[in-house]
Design a protein around this ligand. Structure first.
Ligand code: MTE
Ligand code: MO
Length: 230
């Protein structure tokens, strides 16, 4: 599979649900696992309903919410100036616009998506990265989803802390008010509901990577897929 616009197959959806269930079963009594699976089924099914512009909405938790005025992005770890950035502080940093495809590892791809926000590299310069830092870890304010990038990947000119996509503020369903957009990698790297950035000296395998996906998630050369690069 893998052509543009290919619907997510039943096998893939069941496969993803299965992976989620396995992760839960590994650590908890079966009754809890079944309850958890029940909670996750609606998210899995909503993932096969086409969203705006060809996106599908994916989440492994209930969608978290925060009022824009209460939003804070915490930046910690190996940085010179740890602290919290609100939406106003993010808007005051240099803004970058990218128009690039979005490709999910399950097969769907949305062409030519406009994204705007702060280059992660500019944000890292703003807080100052300490000597010895080699990686960056991200956590969503849903508290569950995590991702990471090497410092070289994080410094790329196509990795964005996005406040806008599709010409409007990032919606709650798409991870608003702030999400990551890692253009050259599969969608699971583009963490939604970004709450915390930690500069570190090691790679932390992310949510889906602990469940079998490649940590280096390049579109076209990872996860055994033959997609065209983004
Ligand atoms: N917090 C969080 N971020 C996430 C996910 C998630 O479940 N939770 N799913 C990822 C996956 S697998 C994809 S393909 C994209 C989907 O983005 P969308 O829901 O805006 O289409 O979000 C990524 N970021
Ligand atoms: Mo995905």
């Amino acid at each position: 599979m893998g052509a543009e616009g290919t619907p997510v197959g039943r096998r893939v959806v069941l496969g993803m649900l299965g992976l989620g269930a396995l992760g839960v079963l590994a650590g908890r009594p079966v009754a809890n696992a079944l309850a958890a699976l029940g909670r996750h089924v609606p998210s899995g099914l909503s993932g096969v309903v086409p969203g705006a512009q060809g996106f599908r909405f994916y989440t492994v938790t209930d969608e978290p919410t925060v009022a824009p005025g209460d939003y804070r992005l915490s930046v910690t770890g190996l940085v010179d100036h740890p602290g919290e950035l609100d939406l106003r502080s993010l808007a005051a940093l240099p803004q970058t616009r990218l128009v690039r495809d979005f490709q999910c590892v399950t097969g769907w791809r949305v062409p030519d998506v406009p994204w705007t926000g702060v280059l992660l590299s500019d944000l890292l310069d703003h807080v100052g990265v300490s000597d010895g830092a080699t990686a960056v870890t991200f956590r969503s304010f849903d508290g569950v989803y995590t991702e990471s990038l090497t410092m070289d990947q994080a410094r790329r000119p196509d990795v964005l802390v996005a406040t806008h996509m599709l010409g409007a503020p990032v919606t709650r369903a798409h991870g608003g008010p702030v999400r990551l957009y890692v253009a050259p990698m599969y969608g699971y790297k583009s963490l939604k509901w970004l709450g915390e950035i930690t500069v570190t000296n090691h790679i932390d395998a992310g949510y889906w990577e602990l469940r079998g996906y490649d940590v280096d998630a390049w579109v076209g050369s990872s996860n055994g897929r033959g997609d065209a690069p983004v």
